[in-house]
Design a protein around this ligand. Structure first.
Ligand SMILES: C[C@H](O)[C@H](O)[C@@H](O)C(=O)CO
Ligand SMILES: [Mn+2]
Length: 429
């Protein structure tokens, strides 16, 4: 049986439930996923005076072929995007600035340092999102940034965030699609604090200063990302969920929920509907925490499907800005992007193929038997055949065929890179 004939059969099964599969394809095509650039180089960046990764996050693994220049990183992202159905966005961190060999402090960053990213995004028709980088830096070495007791350090980071919002505005203007500029800070304490309030007061003041600078909201949208704990901030994080939820609501900012930033049994899927009743929009960093905020590659698991379902069944595709945040250096990095992003799209398709209105009705009627029975039965409907046809229609590899392309890329591009890196290291030794 061909992909098309399998699809035709599968489609009939969904149509019995009143699901218009072609309309689903049209809807899905328009959903952009913000693909994070930092999977490609283990959150390294290209600063001239680059520091080791800090901020309580960690990347493990040493898979060969890591991108070590902006050109390599862009090439790798392009490869991954060619294997992912749809038109998407790329999410950058400030450490990915290109400064022509010059040391430019983060508070001095300007749009010109991202011109090459913008030219590339224009060429590929991509939107760009942005993040100030408040880690991997000497001024963040003590684990505090925007909540630091030293006003000079705080000012440095406030200025960096203001500079970042201006870069976001530039992206939005140039690319004709607003940039989401998301602030995440690592600030917290390893051990029980003797004062939880004062650092939070300082963070609030810093954010007020950052957002006091007017930036055109048509081009830049501000978001704030909370966290529960990090390595070295196990007992207390200044920017907690409650802190940012309140701050965002009061100040008309977006809350960004990272799926790795909550207690292990606390699900982001369960937060979306609650927050949408009070916030016009919200943003996601979809990740996969394994026992902690480990940032594993997103798989097609229950929580991913539930997140997608919550977005789809509540008609919130325009309100929830979907971004990814994982970094695994133990596998091929292009494959990591491809697996995680395809899974996110797959989960949205899965959600769109359910008769959501009928399932809602069953719940309203108190028919929990049918609700459970059908939700379970749909798990083994011929979803794969619909997904394969979607990939075919979108002109990307069907099923695992993409893997061959990644392996070819590994042999022809990534392996050459690691050979060159080895030779370089030998020469230096
Ligand atoms: C690179 C980080 O993952 C990112 O900035 C932040 O979003 C985060 O999730 C930190 O845990
Ligand atoms: Mn995140």
């Amino acid at each position: 049986m061909t992909i098309k004939s399998q699809f035709d059969e599968a489609k009939k099964e969904y149509e019995q439930w009143g699901v218009d599969v072609e309309a689903v394809f049209d809807k899905l095509k328009k959903v952009p996923i913000s693909v994070h650039c930092w999977q490609g180089d283990d959150v390294g960046g290209f600063e001239i005076n680059k520091e080791a990764l800090s901020g309580g996050i960690d990347v493990t693994g040493n898979y060969p072929g890591k991108a070590s220049t902006p050109e390599e990183l862009r090439k790798d992202i392009e490869k991954a995007l060619s294997l992912i159905p749809g038109k998407h966005r790329v999410n950058l961190h400030a450490i990915y600035a290109e400064t022509d060999g010059e040391v430019v402090e983060r508070d001095q960053l300007q749009p010109k340092h991202f011109e090459k990213w913008v030219a590339w995004a224009k060429q590929l028709g991509l939107g760009l999102d942005f993040n100030p980088t408040l880690f991997s830096h000497q001024k963040a070495a003590g684990g505090l940034t925007l909540s630091h007791p030293d006003p000079e350090i705080r000012k440095f980071w406030v200025d960096h965030c203001i500079a970042s919002r201006k870069i976001g505005e530039y992206f939005g203007k140039e690319l004709g699609t607003p940039c989401l500029t998301n602030i995440w800070i690592p600030d917290g304490y390893k051990d029980t604090p003797s004062d939880r309030l004062t650092p939070r007061k300082r963070l609030k003041e810093s954010l007020d200063e950052i957002f006091a600078v007017e930036i055109d909201e048509r081009f830049n949208i501000d978001a704030v990302e909370s966290k529960l704990f990090g390595i070295g901030s196990e007992s207390y994080v200044v920017g907690s969920h409650e802190f940012y939820l309140s701050y965002a609501l009061k100040n008309n900012k977006l809350c960004l929920l990272d799926t790795g930033h909550y207690h292990p049994t606390e699900m982001v899927s369960n937060k979306i509907s609650a927050m949408l009743l009070f916030n016009d929009k919200l943003a996601l960093h979809v990740s996969r925490p394994v026992r902690w905020d480990s940032d594993h590659v997103v798989t097609f698991d229950d929580e991913l499907k539930e997140i997608a379902l919550e977005i789809v069944r509540n008609d919130a595709l325009e309100q929830v800005m979907i971004g990814l945040d994982f970094f695994d250096a133990s596998i091929n990095r292009v494959a990591a992007w491809t697996i995680g992003t395809r899974n996110m799209i797959k989960a949205l398709l899965y959600g769109m193929l359910l008769p959501n209105d009928y399932l809602k009705e069953l719940q309203e009627q108190g028919d929990f038997t049918r609700r459970l029975a059908l939700l379970e039965e749909f798990k083994t409907y011929p979803f794969g055949a619909i997904w394969n046809q979607y990939c075919e229609t979108m002109e990307v590899p069907v099923k695992e065929q993409w893997l061959e392309e990644v392996m070819h890329y590994e042999e022809t591009v990534l392996a050459q890179r690691s050979k060159a890196a080895m030779l370089d290291a030998l020469e230096k030794s």
